[in-house]
Design a protein around this ligand. Structure first.
Ligand code: AMP
Ligand code: GLY
Length: 428
């Protein structure tokens, strides 16, 4: 088969790495890809949000199957457009991708399906929103309804912060149309995990859980980022908890989406808060997590590609996937300054040496080749991914490989996995 992967980050590198290993894959393209992806796939210069360009390329290259990485093209209807052109794709339709595209819609679906989630209200009127937070008090969570490149959520610890978040979105228009409507919801306390399930519109099979580190600094301090590192499995999601998440969150949502005429196909990424009263849904994403995908792919023993095709074909009912028991851990290397402004174009050396370390693979998230050199082109740039018998072992291997990378223009956290390592030390 000829496969096209859409996207250019570490998630897409991991997907290409897994798909390229499939005996079913005869030719692999990635649009637009990056310097690391170019080692697995032929990169084509079409942007991930250029729907016309992607459909045209898929048709001209006679692509058999498209795997869409990021949320924006899904929410914009890429899978619908490909279907109309007779091209099969992995990912939800635009109608189903609204689970991520509209947080208000997602909360309404959860409420209708009886999925445990924080209490919430939707607002299009700024005075009503202000009055609500004044009455409810802090901590409280203010979210833009629409996609805001991961910046639309404010977990406000004070009333002033909540009011400022409302004003930024609704008066300042910082998020454009995405912030014209807000969801204001109850603050959930607990330990967070990312749970992934593969869905075919009717049936879902669990993939695995992971935990990521959203804050930029060691000890989970500093501003929020897209994710600075992740590991899988997640100790808070044992087999019993995974079954509860499937039974209480994933399956009811899938049934509800089908009943609403928006059957959900693709990977469903549930952000879950593990609370003393059980798992609660924080949010849905309609794609693999980044960097969670990188650790999932490092642990997956089965061939990924036929599983994605089975999801698109509605054939998951009896599908089985096998996973390595080992732990996978990935450390994100980012450009100095990230998540604020950062320079592009700094040279990265030592990648070959790092990649030669046993049980290590270096996924590229934002790189390009300039004059035969690898340079950084993004905020998050590399994902150094290692496997081991424990979180501590995987962590040690990842950092040893990182120490072989010579990149003065970048940095990483030095404590990815710390909660799990502490648990291992305490023997829990
Ligand atoms: P994002 O992935 O950018 O949408 O960020 C959402 C993050 O905000 C989640 O990963 C949580 O850490 C946090 N968050 C969102 N909603 C809540 C909530 N109701 N209670 C506590 N934390 C939340
Ligand atoms: N790492 C979180 C996300 O992909 O949204």
């Amino acid at each position: 088969m000829k496969i096209l992967v859409v996207g250019s980050g570490g998630r897409e590198h991991a997907l290409c790495w897994a798909i390229a290993a499939s005996p079913l894959c005869r030719k692999l393209y990635c649009a637009p890809g990056n310097a690391g992806i170019a080692q697995e796939a032929e990169c084509v210069a079409v942007a991930a949000d250029d729907l016309d360009g992607l459909v045209r390329f898929a048709r001209e290259a006679a692509v058999d199957f498209v795997v869409v990485g990021p949320e924006q093209p899904l929410v914009d209807g890429l899978v619908d457009r490909l279907a109309a052109a007779g091209i099969k794709a992995f990912g939800p339709s635009a109608a189903a991708a609204a689970l991520e595209g509209s947080k208000g819609f997602m909360k309404d679906v959860a409420a209708r399906c009886g999925v445990p989630t924080g209490a919430y209200r939707r607002f299009t009127d700024v005075e009503a929103a202000r009055a609500h937070v004044r009455a409810a008090g802090a901590p409280i969570v203010v979210k833009t309804d629409g996609l805001a490149a991961g910046k639309g959520v404010v977990v406000a610890t004070t009333l002033d912060e909540a009011l400022a978040a409302i004003d930024a979105a609704m008066v300042g228009g910082v998020f454009g149309k995405a912030g014209a409507e807000l969801v204001i919801e109850e603050f959930l306390d607990g330990e967070e995990a990312s749970f992934f399930a593969l869905c075919d519109g009717e049936h879902a099979i669990p993939l695995a859980a992971a935990q990521d580190h959203k804050r930029v600094g060691d000890g989970d301090t500093g501003p929020n980022t897209g994710g600075m590192g992740a590991y899988s499995p997640a100790p808070v999601v044992d087999a019993a908890m995974a079954e509860r998440i499937m039974a209480e969150i994933v399956r009811p949502t899938l049934a509800g989406m089908k009943a609403e005429g928006r059957p959900y196909k693709g990977v469903l990424f549930a952000g879950v808060m593990i609370t003393p009263r059980g798992p609660k849904l924080i949010e849905y994403n309609v794609r693999f997590g980044d960097p969670e995908c990188q650790v999932l792919m490092a642990r997956l023993m089965s061939d990924l590609l036929p599983a994605l095709i089975a999801a698109a074909d509605g054939q998951l009912k009896t599908y089985q996937l096998r996973w390595h028991d080992k732990v996978a851990l990935t450390v994100v290397m980012a450009a100095n300054g990230y998540p604020g402004s950062y320079a592009k174009g700094s040279e990265i050396r030592g990648l070959d040496a790092a990649g030669r370390h046993a049980d290590v693979v270096v996924f590229h998230a934002g790189t390009a080749v300039r004059d035969g050199r690898i340079v950084a082109t993004g905020g998050r740039v590399l994902n150094v991914t290692a496997t081991g018998g424990s979180v501590a072992e995987a962590q040690a291997k990842a950092y040893r490989a990182i120490d072989a990378i010579d990149w003065p223009g970048g940095f990483c956290r030095r404590d990815i996995g710390w909660r799990a390592v502490a648990r291992e030390k305490a023997g829990r």
